[in-house]
Design a protein around this ligand. Structure first.
Ligand code: UPG
Length: 264
């Protein structure tokens, strides 16, 4: 195992911890060779910290209150930047030389260790606006200097979408044109619930997805699951597409098989 590199995720409450646990387990199932790290905030309960520590190598608390003054100021004036600033704390993990950040609502479908050959800031295009990268999966290099610059950028310019993705895109503003090596293939961050307007491409390439991202307001843990049939229960209008259902079933399969027993 390479011990100076890590996969990193974030959970600011016990609900998002469920996502982090499934993500961490999926990395293990696919034999990730890097350390697994989860950032938590003080809101996360002790029970969940114990459970997280059974899947992750490190559970690290990050606390906005401990930070320097201008963060306080930004935080007071712009409460919506809260979760945003928390994600930026991944740059403080300077005991690692390089990391891959994954949102807690992502699921790994195969080994993705090859991402560590990429440099900061590598990410996949956002399905809604492909000249922006999606900040749910990215390769970065921890650095207190970069962390400080990012926080400064947040206080000086805010974020055009009120969250980390807008902030990171305006900070790494030449991503879309500067270096094609920093464009991760879309299969490293395939949104599960986008209605693809280019469906032949989805047919052709969708099955090679390596990371699926349950982007948007309805997360896998919001569904009900029937362990007998191994599938989520569709409620109401059946607006959930076939491929989305199969990704949801995968997520719930891991939750049932590997996460629930950790509570016993
Ligand atoms: N998160 C928490 N607690 C929260 C909300 C978010 O821990 O209450 C973390 C968690 O890791 C989550 C991530 O932040 O996966 C992003 O939040 P999410 O609710 O998943 O946002 P989405 O709307 O699905 O995602 C888009 C981007 C994402 C970006 C976010 C805000 O895909 O990368 O962080 O918008 O810009």
């Amino acid at each position: 195992r390479v011990s100076d590199q890590a996969f990193v995720t974030l959970a600011t409450n016990d609900v998002y911890c469920q996502g982090a646990l499934v993500l961490g387990q999926s990395l293990r199932d696919h034999r990730a060779t890097r350390r697994l790290v989860v950032l938590v905030t003080p809101q996360v309960s002790n029970l969940l910290r114990v459970i997280l520590s059974r899947v992750f190598d490190e559970v690290i608390e990050v606390n906005l209150i401990d930070s320097v003054d201008y963060i306080h100021l930004a935080f007071l004036k712009r409460p919506e930047l809260g979760v945003t600033l928390t994600k930026l704390h991944c740059w403080t993990l300077i005991h690692y030389s390089k990391c891959v950040f994954l949102d807690a609502d992502t699921l790994v479908l195969s080994n993705i260790d090859e991402l560590f050959s990429r440099r900061e800031l590598s990410a996949a295009p956002d399905p809604g606006w492909p000249d922006c990268f999606n900040s749910g999966v990215f390769v970065f290099q921890p650095s207190l200097e970069t962390h400080g610059l990012l926080l400064r950028h947040a206080t000086d310019h805010g974020s055009f979408d009120g969250a980390d993705q807008g902030l990171l895109n305006s900070f790494f503003s030449n991503w879309s044109t500067a270096d094609i090596q920093k464009h991760l293939p879309f299969i490293y961050n395939l949104s599960s619930n986008t209605a693809y307007t280019y469906s032949p491409a989805f047919k052709q390439f969708g099955s090679s997805a390596k990371v699926v991202h349950f982007l948007g307001s309805t997360k896998p843990w919001n569904y009900k699951y029937n362990p007998q049939t191994g599938s989520v229960l569709e409620e109401g209008s059946g607006s959930v597409s076939q491929h989305q259902t199969s990704f949801l079933n995968l997520w719930w399969g891991i939750y049932h098989r590997s996460i629930l027993p950790l509570y016993e």
